[in-house]
Design a protein around this ligand. Structure first.
Ligand code: KG4
Ligand code: ZN
Length: 358
């Protein structure tokens, strides 16, 4: 039995978890900073790192206490080394080093994108564990900072099939929410506003990019910007419309309609490219990951559209948490992949690509 204490501080959640054998969550504590950053309309990096300094020790204490275990029961300490905000990553990484050193256990370094994928190996406490995902799996990672499709042929074996050329899907949600005057974080606000909206109200662009499995969301964001700027309702004027408003739509912008139309434009592209990747690479399963995978419309449409089984973690495991770090760390630990004491952060780290993948 292997128990790993995982630490996650790559962005604005201070999170610590204890996970057994990569799958069983013994505790998963997340101290969210959302209330702190809302006044800025997004994550304020220095505020985030300083808040991690304030919160990290109480969160570690709580996670250990909730697990019902003691330090001597831990086999390793794991931490995210990147990608993420430099100041935020430094806090988690340094605390993890200090803990591992003082407790005499190994340190395991985890890539944040890989951690998101491992949400698919976990179950919420009290929920039964499903059989583990089958390989090869096509993974769609959609978060605030990243959007990519990867082929996973085994534990730690990835090949990136496509990624965003500009904004991440979550970033598009956050920026469009801001344009529409909806509160941060944008994803949940747009999902809520879209419930009363008509997704066919606005014909927004979808960047198919030919046969490519890459993504682009900046054109869509700009299209929304132009609609908003022309709107008398929201009151920002002074710019010509890029395209005329659809017939029958008044110049007064309906925020729910625009939110629903935007959400569907993002979901259409994510679903279709994932479907294509799953068929091209004969995926046994499709695994969703990252904060945007919490989106209800995406979850429903993905399940409807794909012929292969689609696995989608519960929303609380899609967004940042440390159980996903402790889970991914388990397989590194099993393979003897321990971090050196000289481990540094990598704010721009990519998903590790592995030569074993054909
Ligand atoms: O994975 P995550 O928690 O942090 C990063 O690693 O970036 O993802 C955060 C992103 C934010 O952009 C947020 O707006 C988005 O996930 N998000 C959602 C939803 N919940 C969170 N986007 C769409 N619908 C949601 N329900
Ligand atoms: Zn994340």
């Amino acid at each position: 039995m292997t128990r790993i204490l995982g630490i996650e501080t790559s962005c604005d959640e201070t999170a610590v978890a204890v996970v057994e054998d990569g799958r069983l969550i013994l505790s998963n504590v997340v101290a969210s900073q959302i209330d702190l950053h809302r006044q800025y309309g997004g994550v304020f990096p220095e505020v985030a790192s300083r808040q991690h300094v304030v919160t990290i020790v109480p969160v570690i204490r709580e996670a250990l206490e909730q697990s019902g275990l003691a330090w001597r029961d831990m086999d390793a300490v794991a931490t995210t080394y990147g990608p993420g905000l430099p100041g935020s990553l430094l806090v988690g990484l340094n605390v993890a080093k200090g803990l591992a050193w003082s407790q005499g256990v190994p340190l395991v370094a985890v890539n944040h994108l890989e951690a998101h994928i491992y949400a698919n190996w976990l179950a919420l406490p009290g929920q039964p564990l499903e059989p583990p995902p089958a390989f090869p799996a096509v993974c769609l990672v959609v978060s605030g900072g990243h959007t990519l499709l990867a082929l996973m042929s085994g534990h730690g074996a990835y090949r990136v099939l496509g990624q965003t050329l500009d904004d991440a899907a979550g970033e598009a949600f956050d920026k469009v929410a801001r344009l529409l005057g909806l509160p941060y974080p944008g994803g949940p606000s747009i999902q809520q506003a879209a419930k009363d909206g008509d997704p066919a109200a606005f014909a927004l662009p979808r960047a198919w990019l030919g046969d490519s499995l890459d993504f682009s969301f900046s054109g869509l964001k700009t299209a929304v910007l132009h609609l908003v700027e022309d709107s008398e309702a929201i009151g920002r004027r002074g710019r010509k419309l890029a395209a005329p408003l659809p017939a029958g739509v008044m110049r007064r912008l309906a925020v729910p309609d625009l939110a629903a139309s935007f959400q569907d434009a993002v979901v259409d592209v994510l679903v279709e490219k994932t479907r294509r990747a799953a068929s091209e690479y004969r995926a046994a399963e499709v695994l969703l990951a990252g904060g945007v995978a919490a989106n209800e419309r995406l979850r429903t449409r993905m399940r409807q559209a794909l012929e292969v089984p689609v696995r989608i973690p519960p929303p609380s495991l899609c967004t940042d948490n440390a159980a996903i770090v402790a889970s991914a760390a388990y397989w590194h630990f099993q393979r003897g992949e321990l971090a050196p004491w000289s481990l540094d952060i990598e704010p721009n780290a990519r998903l590790p690509q592995n030569a074993r993948v054909a």
